[in-house]
Design a protein around this ligand. Structure first.
Ligand code: SUG
Length: 434
C-alpha cells in the first residue's frame, strides 16, 4: 500500500524569536521575546507522536547546526569558535541572530517532493528549497540536501536535485507552495505549484512575494511532473500576511480546501477539475465567513489533512478555538470527519503551524522499506528523543543568550548524539572538521 509519510522537523536547541520572517506577522510581532526551546521541541514531538499513534507513517528530520559558524567566518569573523561567537555577539548581533535561527524546523519549506506515481521516470524526486528570499533561511538548502540523501539514500527509488540557482529569479520555498491531488496516494496525481511573483517583478505590495513562477516551473520540469498546474497567489492574501500558500489552502488526495482569496485566478478550481477528472471535492471558505485576518490569526489553513482508516481528519492548531467563526466554518465542512487540535504555540509564535512542521513524502511499500528506518517515529524513538530533549534543551532563551559559548557547545553535543540516534552519518559541518 502506498502511504503518505509526514516528516516533521525536530525543533533545534536555539529556537528563538528573531523577527526574521518577511511578510510573516506572527514572527514580526513576537520579535525578541523569550522562547522556550525545550517546550517547542516537546510540543512538536507530541504532535508527531499523536499522529503516529493514529496509525500514520511519521518520520523525523533533524535540526540544523546553529549558530552556524561557517557562515559567520565567511562574513569575516576570525579566531576559534569562542572568539567568533564573541565578536558576532558584540559587533554584529543581527548577523548572529540570523545564523542562529532554528527555522529548519518548518520542513514544509525543506524541499518539494514529487511522488513516483506523478513523475516521468517513476522515481520520487526531491528539490531542497533554496529559501533565498530570507537570509536566515538561505543557509538551509545545502544541509537539507545532505539530510534528505541520508534519509532517502537509494538512488534506484529516489532522485535528489540540488537547490535551484541562487538569486531573485528562482526564489523557492518548497512544499509550502505545492499541493498534490490524486484519487488515492498511489494513483497518478496532479501537482499544484503556487507562486507569488514572476522574475524581475518587484511589486509595490507591502511584502515581496517569496515564491517565483520560474522556481515553481523549474522544479516541475526537473521532477518530470506529468500533470503540473501553476497558479498565482492572490496579492491581497500576501499583503494580509499569507507568506506561503499553506497558510491559505490545504489539500489531501481528492479534497481541496481553500480560502476565497487564496488565488488570483477565479477559475482555478475549474482548471483543477478539468485536469483531475471526476471526483475532486473542493470546499471554499468565503471571506465573509472567515476574513483573511482571522484565517491568518487562527492559522486554520495551516492544518494538516490526513487519512485515518479512510476518514478525513483535520489536524489544526488549537488557536482555531479562539475564533468562533473559524471553528464554525470548519465544523460545517461535510468532507471532514474529525478535527483534532494541538498546542503548538512555541512554533506558532514564529508563524509555524501543524502543516509547516511537516514534509509530506508519498511512498510505495518498496520506497518506504528503502527509507532510513531509524528516522521513522516509533514509541522507542519517541522516548529516546524526549529524553534527549530533556537532557540538552534549555527552557528559556533570550536573544542575548545566542552569544553564549555554552549554548553552542550544548547544541553541538546534542546534534552529534542525534545523528547517532537517527543513523544519519556525519551530516553537520562541525562533524567534518572536528
Ligand atoms: O519562513 N518563520 C518561518 C515560518 C515558516 C512557516 N512555514 C510554512 N508556512 N510552511 C518563515 O517565515 C521566523 C523566524 C524568526 O523570526 O526567528 C521564521 O523564519
Amino acid at each position: 500500500m502506498t502511504v503518505e509519510a509526514n516528516f516533521d522537523g525536530l525543533v533545534g536547541p536555539t529556537h528563538n524569536y528573531g523577527g526574521l520572517g518577511s511578510g510573516n506577522l506572527a514572527s514580526l510581532s513576537n520579535a525578541q521575546s523569550v522562547s522556550n526551546p525545550r517546550q517547542a521541541a516537546l510540543q512538536g514531538l507530541a504532535k508527531a507522536k499523536a499522529l503516529a499513534d493514529l496509525g500514520l507513517t511519521q518520520g523525523i528530520l533533524p535540526p540544523h547546526e546553529r549558530p552556524y559558524l561557517p557562515k559567520l567566518r565567511q562574513d569575516g569573523l576570525t579566531g576559534n569558535d569562542d572568539q567568533v561567537l564573541f565578536q558576532a555577539a558584540n559587533r554584529t548581533p543581527q548577523l548572529l541572530q540570523t545564523y542562529s535561527s532554528a527555522a529548519a524546523m518548518w520542513t514544509a519549506n525543506a524541499a518539494t517532493v514529487s511522488p513516483s506515481a506523478d513523475t516521468a521516470d517513476g522515481r520520487v524526486h526531491f528539490t531542497p528549497a533554496n529559501l533565498v528570499a530570507q537570509p536566515h533561511r538561505s543557509i538551509e538548502g545545502p544541509v537539507t540536501a545532505r539530510i534528505l540523501r541520508a534519509v532517502f539514500s537509494n538512488t534506484s527509488y529516489f532522485h535528489h536535485h540540488p537547490p535551484l540557482p541562487i538569486g531573485m529569479n528562482f526564489t523557492d520555498e518548497g512544499a509550502a507552495n505545492h499541493t498534490r491531488l490524486a484519487r488515492s496516494y498511489g494513483d497518478p496525481g496532479i501537482e499544484l505549484f503556487v507562486w507569488g511573483r514572476k522574475a524581475n517583478d518587484f511589486t509595490a505590495d507591502p511584502y515581496l512575494p517569496r515564491q517565483s513562477y520560474e522556481a515553481s516551473a523549474e522544479v516541475a520540469r526537473l521532477h518530470g511532473v506529468l500533470r503540473p498546474v501553476f497558479a498565482k497567489q492572490h496579492p491581497a492574501a500576501i499583503a494580509a500576511g499569507v507568506f506561503h500558500n499553506d497558510v491559505i489552502a490545504v489539500g489531501d488526495r481528492d479534497f481541496f480546501l481553500h480560502h476565497e482569496l487564496a488565488f488570483a485566478d477565479p477559475h482555478l478550481i475549474e482548471r483543477l477539475r478539468s485536469i483531475f477528472g471526476d471526483g475532486l471535492i473542493t470546499h471554499m471558505i468565503t471571506n465573509e465567513q472567515v476574513p483573511l485576518a482571522d484565517a491568518i490569526g487562527s492559522y486554520v489553513f495551516n492544518s494538516q489533512l490526513v487519512a485515518i482508516d479512510g476518514r478525513r481528519v483535520l489536524v489544526a492548531p488549537d488557536d482555531v478555538d479562539n475564533y468562533p467563526n473559524v471553528r464554525a466554518a470548519i465544523d460545517a465542512i461535510d468532507a471532514i470527519d474529525e478535527i483534532v487540535t494541538f498546542d503548538l504555540r512555541q512554533s506558532m509564535r514564529n508563524g509555524g503551524g501543524p502543516a509547516c512542521l511537516r514534509l509530506r513524502v508519498v511512498l510505495t511499500e518498496d520506497e518506504l522499506a528503502n527509507t532510513n528506518q531509524a528516522c521513522l517515529l516509533t514509541p522507542d524513538l519517541f522516548s529516546d528523543l524526549t529524553d534527549w530533549v530533556h537532557r540538552y534543551y534549555r527552557d528559556r532563551l533570550t536573544p542575548d543568550d545566542l552569544g553564549d559559548y555554552e549554548l553552542l557547545a550544548e547544541s553541538k553535543a546534542a546534534l552529534h548524539e542525534l545523528t547517532g540516534i537517527l543513523h544519519l552519518g556525519e551530516i553537520y559541518d562541525f562533524q567534518k572538521t572536528e
